[in-house]
Ligand binder design. Sequence first.
Ligand code: ADP
Ligand code: 5GP
Length: 196
Amino acid sequence: MKVGKMIVLTAPSGGGKTTIKKHLLAEYDELGFSISVTTRKIRPTETDGKDYYFKSAEEFRTLIDNDAFLEWEEVYIDQFYGTLKSEVDRLWAIGKHIVFDVDVHGAKRIKKMYGDKCLSIFIRPPSVQVIIERLKGRKTETAESLAKRVKRVEKEMSFEHEFDKVLINDLLSVAFKEAENLVESFLEIYSSSEEE
Ligand code: ADP
Ligand code: 5GP
């Protein structure tokens, strides 16, 4: 099996991980997404087995007992998220470099495990207020789940210095370009525009 590289995207909730991840996956065939397991409820915009593997708390516990996780975290009270070891094997077996979308603690753990093979990117929106507005605009959260997320934002923002790169997510087109630059340089991809 050819062992690839890893790109870990992390940010507070509403920071733009999903948006930037989807852009990168659409742009680069070389990348594959590590589908995490979660016990939270599926959103109308999501597909089981594509965005996440949605499981019950009991199923999640069994996966922990079976040592199936590379890392896992109770990101919110009673809401568990975890990266499966089998996702790494699956994606490397098909020759992909792996993109992870995980919280700051998961990102630190994966970076620690894989060192130079792994690029950790902290996505920083312009302010906490902007994150709150974007989360409200996403219309995926109830008042309760929005409050849970907002409560964690400031703490998560304080982690930015612990990652390899900080990507400012203000104007989306600029953030996309910057994400492309980071990926191309890490994976040593030379785009056709540079060859012209
Ligand atoms: P995360 O996955 O980190 O929780 P999302 O990618 O879902 O964050 O982004 C939260 C919301 O903000 C989404 O509705 C997304 O469309 C929007 N969004 C993300 N980046 C920007 C941006 N640069 N400008 C405006 N809206 C954005
Ligand atoms: P959401 O519920 O908004 O999809 O995700 C909530 C938080 O959980 C986000 O910060 C997201 O990155 C994080 N997350 C998603 N999957 C994993 C995972 O496998 N491990 C860890 N540690 N965090 C995850």
